[in-house]
Design a protein around this ligand. Sequence first.
Ligand SMILES: *Cc1c(COP(=O)(O)O)cnc(C)c1O
Length: 411
Amino acid sequence: MAHSEATMPSLGAKSDALVQQSESFGAHNYHPLPVVIATAKGVWVEDPEGRRYMDFLSAYSAVNQGHRHPKIIGALKAQADRCTLTSRAFYNDKMGDFLEKLCRYTGYEMALPMNTGAEAVETALKMARMWGHKVKGVPDGKQEIICVEENFHGRTITIISFSTDPDAKKCYGPWTPGFTVIPYDDAQALERAITPNTVAFLVEPIQGEAGVHVPSEGYLRQVREICTKHSVLMIADEVQTGFCRTGKKFACDHEGVRPDAMCLGKALGGGVFPVSAVVADRKALGVFTPGTHGSTFGGNPLGAAVAIAALEVLEEEKLDQRAEELGELVRSELKKISCPKITQVRGKGLLNAVVFEEGFEAWDVCVALKEKGLLAKQTHGNIIRFAPPLVITRDEVMHAIGIIREVFTAI
Ligand SMILES: *Cc1c(COP(=O)(O)O)cnc(C)c1O
């Protein structure tokens, strides 16, 4: 916590007390920017002192529909007055509508509802191992899954077992076996790594946490072909890239690629409630039988009602088109800013990043952006991600660019 203690200016009596409270009672597994958010609406958030900020992180793309979208909050309130939780021991009258809506939206035959992104990934891994044994005929215990360097798929022990980020992984052994890690954006490496026991390839179509790594054009299509050829499930983790963030419904759509399964989360809950899912066709998701997997809260009617509204907002407000158009604007404006320390501006739709030279510490830049009213967070020290809610207007984009220009030109 060296940063916050050394560089944290006083935020105001209320904010200071709230930061102090979180730091003294909470485990220190995060290093937040020194700002406290009390209220939020659309693209804007406000601190207890009444200062307003534009949210350019969107809770890592969980708030694509904007903070407290009225339709989503309306669905939450209405469902809260009817029924909130049944468990899967019984049916409820919202889960079916949710699953049907999600299957129609994604174009898959089945969905399995969970709560968090990590749970969706765990579900896909279990599905792949079971499919590998029951359908592909790999001996149980021998199933292999291929992943890539600099992946981010969540925080469970199994998921961090194939992480290449030492902070995420070290001290958590023994790690779960059965995973092979290959370079990202290298289809030949995938083909070389496949063995008769390989059941799946798990990949982010754009690596968000790694710093918005967009693979070369054609990579996902080649991956699709290789997976089909070797009877390996292609599993796309679209937890961060899905639901219009990159300018299409899903990032795989940019290459017209249909994975065998997608892991979904974040914006599926409309920034309101944790809702995640795996979608796939019957041949893969159909392997689960009663008792083989589950979740107490998965498919709960409150989350289902919220997710239905969250999907409707994406469609009704054509947030895919909006992200595509405004994303072009954001990148072209960012590229115009003159700052010798910037080496690259990259991204797709409204998932963008500015990369500073190796070794540059972007923390102070994020603090300066915050002082001027824009919230963004650096990743890997030298990369700042800019990912506002997709409901942002053109005027709001230009306002934000003004702030970013002012801060970047002063570096
Ligand atoms: C955020 C994220 C996850 C994990 O989601 P949680 O809800 O935090 O468990 C998994 N995959 C990707 C690509 C993510 O960005």
